[in-house]
Design a protein around this ligand. Structure first.
Ligand code: FA5
Length: 350
């Protein structure tokens, strides 16, 4: 072998050894970039040797060319490994730095607390648990069947239109939506086929309502459903009275007015005496002495039949009202939107 070929091969071995140690010892990504340029870049010793290939004999060219390729592959592999290690170390450091100890006590002694709507939801749950009810879980995403059809809501009912409900783009046009009320849970409970049913379901609901002092597009309702033998309107009347007195105070009176809901028959709106004037008449209640809270009625036989309930044996009542509305009434809050603005000056009052 020519002497100068031996020298070139020795130089290449030397490059591998020096570069390997350098890649093994590299400390950060910018240093790695410099090393890549030094050992693999256009002005590197490897590139210089490649340029000299053309001046060599054919046999020598083959020997040096093959060696050059092997050296380049080894160095590129070294660079890749170094990069993976450095990136993993960088990520681990970042995770370490980002750790937030949520149990850390605020040094000023300022603690957060449950939102007013959550507090009232829990109060309601306690009241109904005390009356022997179970708390049912509902789904926020519902099918048209549970939200409307099984609840005896006609196909041309305005609530079914795109203007009133949020439909999901699932490919099945107009069949999957964000529930517009908590009443679909009635259907799930009936389908379960276990009687008697004494259940409430609190949860979020969605409507295409523009936010104003009394409306939110996302708000909370609580649904109540009782199905047992011999349930009548008097049971509904008593339950509304007892539960409203528990939440608003024993001096509170309730009244039912005729109303219409497709899923109850007869249906009623229920009012409580105004929390501000206690029934005397004031600005809050528009001089009426009463404020409207929700809807109720005896479960429509069509709703029971749609879930294969034996209507000769079982009857029931249902009610539903807005928790956010209840919150603003009980605390005389002028605008329901304060509940969602996250202003600590407002929230800390409750
Ligand atoms: C219903 O949603 C019926 N599902 C209630 C029901 C259940 C009736 C069981 C009979 C039997 P309605 O659309 O009226 O009914 O809403 C009930 C309550 O939700 C209202 O009285 C009000 O307190 C509250 N509510 C309605 N829309 C909004 C809104 N955009 N923002 C805040 N609260 C609202």
């Amino acid at each position: 072998m020519e002497e100068n070929i031996k020298t070139i091969l020795a130089t290449l071995d030397d490059i591998v050894s020096k570069a390997s140690s350098a890649f093994d010892a590299v400390n950060d990504l910018s240093e790695l970039a410099s090393l890549e340029s030094l050992y693999l870049g256009k002005k590197s010793a490897l590139s210089e040797i490649k340029k000299e290939l053309s001046a060599l004999e054919v046999d020598s060219k083959k020997i040096v060319g093959e060696k050059l390729n092997v050296v380049r592959e080894v160095l590129e592999q070294k660079a890749r490994e170094a990069k993976e290690l450095l990136e993993a170390a960088k990520l681990a450091k970042q995770i370490e730095e980002d750790i937030c100890d949520v149990t850390e006590v605020d040094i000023d002694g300022v603690y957060g607390h449950l939102h007013l709507v959550t507090q009232i939801r829990q109060e309601l749950e306690d009241i109904f648990l005390g009356l022997g009810y179970e708390i049912a879980e509902g789904n926020e995403i519902e099918s048209d069947w549970y939200n409307f059809t099984a609840l005896n809501v006609d196909f041309d009912h305005p609530a079914r239109t795109m203007q009133d409900s949020f439909y999901l783009d699932t490919g099945e046009n107009g069949s999957i939506l964000l529930r517009t009320h908590t009443s679909p849970v009635q259907v799930h409970l009936l389908e379960r086929g276990q009687f008697p049913i004494y259940a409430i379901c609190p949860g979020r609901v969605y409507r295409r309502d523009t936010a104003d002092p009394r409306h939110l597009p996302v708000f909370h309702q609580i649904e109540g459903l009782v199905v047992d033998e011999g349930i009548g309107f008097a049971d509904l009347r008593g339950t509304v009275e007892v539960s409203m007195q528990a939440i608003f105070g024993s001096e509170t009176r309730t009244r039912l007015r005729p109303g219409y809901f497709p899923f109850t028959e007869p249906s009623a709106e229920f009012d409580i005496t105004c929390v501000i004037c206690k029934g005397e008449g004031c600005r809050t209640c528009g001089g009426q002495g009463w404020i409207e809270l929700g809807g109720c009625g005896l479960v429509h036989p069509n709703v029971l039949s749609a879930s294969n309930v034996d209507t000769d044996r079982y009857s029931g009542f249902a009610f539903g009202f807005g928790i956010d509305r209840l919150a603003i009434m009980r605390h005389n809050i002028l605008d329901i939107r304060y509940l969602i603005e996250n202003d600590i000056r407002f929230l800390s009052q409750f």
